[in-house]
Ligand binder design. Structure first.
Ligand code: FAD
Ligand code: FES
Length: 271
């Protein structure tokens, strides 16, 4: 997106405040960080240096969206899924450990001045990426509707946080079938009938991207998506995170770490 979110990038040593499980699959990492690294735009990410774990070093850093941050408290938080070697190493961090991170990186979400009603649709760990956008919208007095999707009730995260920012938090799950694309489409269509929507924001899910491309196109409503892509450098040098976008009638290759990770829904291509 065309915001001025990339001001300065820092490599900083942070101190672990806590690193606790929030369910079987996800952990919540809270770090004390120097405030100079905390001029963050929602949707930006940090590149985390995984510690040595069980004798093995993860050479590449791991990209992680900022979940919460406070310059005043000198704190930054990540919500992460235990996935492979790197995130397992991060999960082993203990209180007072030193943890090296680089950021803030990439371009974040853009809240236009005229936005009065926005809709956030997040699935799984995508909630982590959209949470700080929720905070910013709340601060700016923008009405928020949040649709949270997950495998099961137990996997719905940050509901209390979103409830504190919005009186319209809708949860859908795979278990009861409410997260199906048919139901989601119905839900969003009903929402658009009952109120105006200035923009949609989402993260990660291919199926939700496809649905929002259709609904944004039909209703002429803008949307933004934070994309995930495997990354090596995270700062635009190696081109390993390039993916295609449709701009006008042309396919243009862009680096997710540098031109994104937030892009217009109209330009992002499903995968
Ligand atoms: C901009 C951005 C923001 C992200 N934010 C979050 C977040 O807030 N919470 C969260 O849980 N996850 C997030 N991810 C995904 C997270 O980076 C991967 O789950 C993590 O890198 C996996 O590392 P691993 O060593 O555990 O897994 P492995 O599979 O062992 O990783 C092997 C390699 O693949 C890369 N990789 C694997 N999966 C992904 C992926 N989905 N995206 C990018 N690279 C991947 C790793 O960086 C590593 O180089 C984000 C990814 C991106 C690009
Ligand atoms: S990760 Fe190296 S250019 Fe994007």
């Amino acid at each position: 997106m065309d915001n001025k979110s990339r001001i300065k990038i820092y490599e900083v040593d942070t101190e672990v405040i806590s690193n606790n499980y929030i369910n079987n699959d996800y952990k919540h990492l809270i770090l004390r960080a120097p405030s100079r690294a905390l001029d963050i735009v929602p949707g930006q990410f940090f590149h985390l240096q995984c510690p040595t774990f069980e004798g093995s070093i993860s050479f590449l850093r791991r990209p992680m969206s900022v979940y919460q941050f406070s310059k005043k408290e000198k704190q930054i938080e990540f919500l992460y899924k235990l996935h492979g070697k790197g995130t397992r190493a991060i999960s082993n961090l203990k209180k007072n450990n030193i943890f090296n991170i680089v950021g803030p990186l990439g371009k974040g979400f853009l809240l236009e001045e005229n936005y009065k009603n926005i809709v956030l649709i997040a699935r799984g760990v995508g909630l982590a990426t959209l949470a700080p956008l929720g905070n910013l919208a709340f601060e700016k007095g923008i009405n928020l509707t949040v649709i949270c999707s997950a495998r099961s009730k137990e996997h719905l995260m940050s509901i209390d946080l979103f409830n504190s920012l919005s009186n319209k938090v809708i949860t859908v799950t795979d278990n009861d079938g409410s997260s199906s694309m048919v139901n989601l489409e119905l839900l969003i269509n009903n929402l658009m009938l009952s109120q105006s929507v200035d923009a949609f924001f989402t993260c990660g899910s291919n199926r939700i991207l496809k649905l929002l491309k259709k609904l944004c196109g039909l209703n002429n409503i803008p949307g933004q998506i934070a994309l995930e892509q495997q990354m090596a450098c995270g700062i635009g040098m190696c081109f390993c995170c390039v993916r295609p976008f449709e701009i006008g009638n042309k396919i243009i290759q862009k680096r997710v770490c540098n031109e994104g990770p937030v892009f217009r829904i109209s330009e992002a291509l499903p995968w």
